[in-house]
Design a protein around this ligand. Structure first.
Ligand code: FES
Length: 91
């Protein structure tokens, strides 16, 4: 059972160039949908911050962390899939 899903997205230059803002937009979109549907209300938090991972990870941007799991070369698809996987565990 997962009480809360926390998504952290790196917004360093390398991660932004490689799509970090798309990931943040996708998670924010899900949060808005949550509010409208009333389902999973408030379960997903998204935070943006500077380099979240080992700074020697050139080539792995963007980096996202979902409930502690590091996703390298993350995309909105991989992050959303991980969120859905965690939400499914809550059913
Ligand atoms: S370069 Fe973005 S996590 Fe380090």
């Amino acid at each position: 059972m997962v009480d809360k899903i926390t998504v952290e997205v790196c917004v360093c230059t390398e991660c932004i160039i490689n799509g970090a803002m798309n990931i943040i937009d996708a998670v924010e979109g899900l949060r808005e949908l949550e509010g409208e549907l009333g389902a999973y209300d408030g379960m997903v938090d998204v935070n943006a911050g500077p380099c979240l991972y080992d700074k020697s990870h050139t080539g792995n941007a963007p980096v996202a962390i979902v409930n502690g799991e590091v996703l390298l070369k993350a995309s909105q698809e991989t992050v959303m899939a991980k969120i859905m996987e965690l939400l499914e565990k809550n059913k």
